[in-house]
Design a protein. Structure first.
Lengths: 385, 166
């Protein structure tokens, strides 16, 4: 076991959200400004103490230097725009921790803001990398849902996964959202409701797919020793991994077209964190689709391969289950802030501030990001864990 | 887009992809192949992913294969397809080489017969404003001749379970 050099060197000390909606009525820049100011205030710090700024986006947000201007920041010591969504979320806390551990900046703000519903809609963007685009559109294929439906179909086939298994994920995560005032979808869901929802692209129904949301989330990180004098319990960045392989991001030539990121990063995650699945108190899996939650549960070792459906149905994702999962309702039911709302939930849970949806004694959380067969994971831990 | 919104899109290939679509317009399925190591390459590439050679040319393939995976699109985001939903599209494993895969729609294929592992063969469908493009339909001869090694999980025989899309 060799911890990463930045392990436990930096802590999340502040978190902020805009309201989540399907029609924010403001610009992405305003959303970013709002959640960042809230996060900095939550940390007990002043805006003028921020000297590092990072974000990830896919051409749908404000560049960090645009936000620096609206925040009125003076001297910045580190700034960085990452391209991506699920391929960057969660692990971007590792980037911030590296910058802090190296002394490149003292107070780093990480944010993700988007008008995902009223602005550029992820669900209707072109799919694939470069050359692929010349082969899909003329057959009526566009958008990530259709693309990942192709991978999902094969996943269900090869792993014996059923529509009931998909429904179980949607039902369990919705139940968490019911207790979350921030969540956009709070009506309890049944398996029958899931089956009655319109098909988007087989085997994925509307309730198998995440929402499109206008909103933003931000977190503030600083050195762990400094964090201990700030208002909230520090949440340490223990490990972060970002990687992948061919799999479902290379449907044209990979040998495992239903492979998602978690298949590739699992070993690195557990090795670098020195932990095992049993050490994790709650998981915030990137749940763009129901089936990728099942795949992550198995790939990351929370249940044996082929058993994820039963594992979910048996209540293991609940607050008192084996691995409380997406306690905010996830991207499926809380909101789609490209995974960063799941990161924010991990912070709230580890601070023990989640109210009715609090996981008892939560001290270690796993957050992940799905971008096909490339993605991320981060382990966050309380100071005393 | 020069075509009206009600028209289905026509191929707008890059230089790299143009030979694929030009061959299709002539009713032939041609795939890029490395002249040095004879590896088939699709989507087309500037360099052979196996040996690194830049000597690549398009050659005809049999058009025989099996469905690797598929989806029926119920909610479309592509203009011209609104009246077709739900319609099937699929990745086809061609028999020439394990993992050699092409993307197309399924023509003349009853929905209840669409399944992973189904033997299919290429046909050519008319696309207004362009000419013909490749499609696939159930193979007339039943099981496709498999020239490749059988290390693909989908190629495990004609008794494969049939999945009925819902």
């Amino acid at each position: 076991m060799s911890p990463q050099p930045f392990a436990d060197q930096a802590a999340v000390v502040g978190v902020g959200w805009t309201p989540f909606s399907r029609d924010s009525g403001v610009t992405v820049g305003q959303l970013a400004d709002q959640c960042v100011r809230e996060a900095v205030a939550d940390a007990g710090l002043r805006i003028d103490q921020v000297d590092g700024l990072m974000s990830y986006a896919m051409g749908d947000s404000v560049p960090v230097l645009g936000l620096a201007r609206s925040l009125g920041l003076g001297r910045l010591r580190w700034h960085q725009d990452f391209w991506g969504g699920g391929t960057q979320t969660a692990s971007i806390l590792g980037d911030a921790a590296m910058v802090i551990a190296e002394g490149l900046a003292d107070v780093v703000v990480v944010f993700r803001a988007l008008n995902g519903r009223t602005g550029k809609r992820m669900g209707q963007t072109a799919v694939g990398h470069a050359e692929d685009a010349h082969f899909y559109g003329q057959y009526g294929l566009a958008g990530p849902v259709q693309l990942y439906a192709l991978a999902a179909q094969r996943y269900l086939h090869d792993h014996g996964v059923t529509e009931e298994d998909l429904a179980a994920v949607a039902v369990e995560l919705r139940a968490h959202a019911v207790a979350n005032p921030r969540a956009l979808l709070r009506t309890p869901l049944t398996v029958e409701d899931h089956h009655a929802s319109p098909m988007v692209a087989t085997p994925l129904r509307r309730f198998d797919c995440c929402q499109e949301t206008d909103g933003g989330c931000a977190v503030v990180l600083t050195r762990a020793d400094r964090a201990r004098s700030l208002p909230h319990p520090p949440v340490l960045v223990r490990a972060a991994v970002r990687g992948g392989g061919p799999g479902c991001s290379a449907l044209d030539r990979s040998v495992d077209i239903d492979g998602i990121f978690s298949r590739y990063i699992a070993d690195d995650l557990w090795r670098s964190s020195g932990m095992r699945p049993g050490d994790v108190d709650l998981a915030l899996f990137y749940d763009a689709y129901t089936w990728v939650v099942l795949a992550q549960l198995e790939d990351l070792g929370f249940c044996p391969h082929g058993e994820a459906g039963d594992f979910v149905r048996d209540g293991n994702l609940r607050l008192d289950g084996a691995i409380p999962t997406n306690t905010n309702g996830g991207l499926l039911s809380e909101a789609y802030v490209h995974g960063f709302n799941n990161v924010a939930e991990a912070i709230v849970q580890l601070r023990h501030q989640a109210g009715d949806r609090q996981v008892a004694d939560a001290s270690v959380a796993l957050c992940t990001g799905f971008g096909g067969s490339f993605g991320t994971a981060a382990i966050l831990a309380r100071d005393d864990a | 887009m020069t075509s009206p919104a009600s028209q289905k899109p026509i191929p707008q290939p890059s230089d790299l992809a143009a030979p694929y679509w030009e061959a299709a317009r002539q009713g032939r399925l041609k795939i890029q192949r490395c002249r040095d190591c004879r590896f088939w390459v699709h989507f087309p590439d500037v360099r052979c992913p196996r040996c690194g050679s830049e000597h690549l040319a398009f050659e005809a393939v049999s058009g025989q294969g099996r469905i690797s995976t598929f989806t029926f699109v119920h909610r479309t985001f592509v203009a011209g397809f609104e009246g077709d939903v739900p319609y099937p599209v699929a990745w086809i494993d061609l028999v020439e080489q394990p993992g050699l895969r092409v993307f197309a729609d399924l023509a003349d294929t009853p929905a209840e017969t669409v399944a992973i592992g189904l033997p299919v063969e290429v046909v050519f469908s008319e696309r207004a404003g362009w000419g013909t493009i490749p499609s696939f339909r159930p193979a007339a001869s039943g099981v496709a001749t498999d020239h490749s090694s059988n290390d693909e999980p989908s190629n495990d025989g004609p008794s494969k379970d049939r999945e009925v899309p819902s």
